[in-house]
Design a protein around this ligand. Sequence first.
Ligand code: ADP
Ligand code: MG
Length: 829
Amino acid sequence: MAPRDVPGSSPGTRELMALFAPLRFAARQDGAGLERLAGLGDTVRGALGLARRAGAPESPALGRLSAEADIFDRLPAAERLPAVCRMAADLGCLVALPTDLGALARRGRIPQAPVSPAPIQPSHVRPESRAERRARLATPLADVPGAHHAPRALLEERGRATVEDALEFWPKGWQDRTHVKRVADLQTGEPGIAVVTVRSVRRQRMRNGKPMLKVAAADGASRLDLVFFNPPPWRHKQFQAGETILVSGEVTEGYGGVRQMTQPEVEKVTEGDSASFGRIVPIYVGPADHQHPALRKLMKRLVDEWAPFAVDDLPPEVRARRRLLGRAEALAQAHFPSPGTDLAAAAARATEPFRRLVFEELFFLQLALALKRRGVRQAPGIAFDASPERLAEVRALLPFAFTGAQERAFAEIASDMGRPEPMNRLLQGDVGSGKTAVAFAAAMLAVRSGWQASIMAPTEILAEQHARTLRGWLAGSGVELVLVGAQARGREQREVRGALSSGRARIAVGTHALQEEGVTFARLGFVVVDEQHRFGVVQRARLMEKGGRPDVLVMTATPIPRTLALAFYGDLDQSKIDELPPGRAPVETRVFGDTQRMKAYEAARRELAAGRQAYVVYPLVEESEKVDLADATTGAADLREILAPHPVDLLHGQMKADEKEAVMARFRSGETRVLVATTVIEVGVDVPNATVMIVEHAERFGLSQLHQLRGRVGRGEARSQCMLIAHFANSGRDARERLKTMVRTQDGFEIARADLRIRGPGEMLGTRQAGQPILDVADLYRDEAILDEAREEAFRLAELDPGLKRPENRAAGEALERWAARLSLARVG
Ligand code: ADP
Ligand code: MG
């Protein structure tokens, strides 16, 4: 039957029909023509471009075709014919196919061999159902036929128990062994690889008497010596004369001009080992060099025989639009990159397979957030009165005018509050930027509309400080504010809780005590969570449950870099206060060595003599709590003498709440001049007369903590100083980099960026579960551009198909659950 070429048929038909010939050619003699067919992918891509330009409508089939075309030219030979069949099948959805191509298309739709779930036998045939394919990849390594014990154990020890887990054990680097040089061609002073035969092995001693192993080897006439210092016992048994080995390391010139490698990596060469030779080979973290050949062999096998079963969870259109490799292909290339791959780019994971894998991870993270945000938006919430008169009225309660940045943030919040959808907004602002005032004004909008508001702070001291500040601003307004304490017992707290449940008290301030069961609200409409990073998303959810669908404002003083905010709070709208209240002088920051402590104390003395106050902060970590506390206690005792007659007080986490409050009250009133503290003062304390911050063991603090601590001074107009005392002897490179960053900048966002680079996102968010990084392949510092693309696609998909019900999105829907669990998003508030 001839192809129908009906004049007036749908746009793009003619352009698509131009593909009949190349597909037919590709499929000739059961794929024999494929060897000689160059650039079928390009041909298809070109035709699709023309078809689209001619007006062919976007459709799943067209999307799938594009995606196939994108990767086709890089497919291994064995995968090409099935891909041609699939392309024929997709083409058949768009235009009527001639008979021969129709037959091809049927092979593309239906698996070519019957598929039975058991016994598990990998093959190149792709079973049809996604569930079956997922099940296959979930096969335990123990059930992989022919998987050797040693490499399997290596993977299992690292928690990689299934085929899929093993495939996601990413290499840390690659080595190009496509062409191994001859020894004679190795350049001294550069890293090199050579295949040599062992001639002799000798134990020697170095001049200092330490043992050393010298292996004489050669390829043909060119000699290469291998030198190992302090060799472990197994090294001695590693070399047998006559054996062929591959060595890799820095080439130097030894005695008499003989080329030499010191401490090279060594692998045994096995005849026909295509996993470790003649290609770019992966190097994994952990396994020793001599364990690599077997590990690679297993990986190669998984990549060849199992990876093709990988389900591509990304919707085909997304893949096509973003030109992403298929998952199977990406997995394969992540381990065994195609020849010619730029190894530097690979090491930076800036290659196509990793772009695909990173995209996938960020896409599902964003999709979860996008769908959640949609859900929150759609349920009805409260519309508060946010008229200009109301705004003016609550602003007038404050003793100062908002800065421009505060005003902008307030306007954004108020505009959300005026609408009936529940607000879910993140308010970011550097320490001291005046977030509390904005939150207060917003809370008063809720109160004036007849609702209650709650403000949750991370520590009791901070809750008390907020309560005091807000009561001051409320004076004369007739609005009752209660401080919810940790203990429910006692008459006072019973009364507080009663005032909230009756609705008499309009604003509740407290710590996580606010979430306790005994705390109920008559009409909770507005929730502020201060210092978000300390609570995490689960608490946010719990507090929201106390109200119907309250508006939520999350405040954070740890400036969250844009990427991190998008990646993990992408469900929140954001406001930013990027300007400090007027009259703040920058804080002078210096680093002192342990032995220069007296210089810091001298500087402190001068400030104290001028009537200022000082903080001295000691680290406190749980593992060494006792020692740390002793440090702070002796520190305080010493300082009492050194800084006499200025009164010194000590504040630490083991004190009772009322003791702590008494210490704070004395410091606030100026009765004590020096506050020695473990990190309890870290967040939010506001004593403008304090101009000195001394941090002991500064090398033990994280960047954002140091930034927070420094934010305690420089709150008034006087010049302030921050002095970081570091014990360099026991600090690493990261610590030095942190301290340098502190001296260099006061910009919270820059500091947060540096922090992200040094520490990674998991710890920064404080949600890293033991040993389980939140993100696997993506790196928020590096992959900002991919995050943007993934976010755009995820939000688009959430808009177009929120139920993920369309056939082409079903895989994404199934995948989402697994990703959500993996990214611990299951209970995001
Ligand atoms: P944050 O919570 O962002 O760390 P705060 O709300 O504690 O900052 O504000 C820091 C200090 O600046 C407080 O003493 C506060 O009263 C004061 N403040 C806030 N906004 C202004 C403003 N617009 N003008 C003057 N002072 C302000
Ligand atoms: Mg604050």
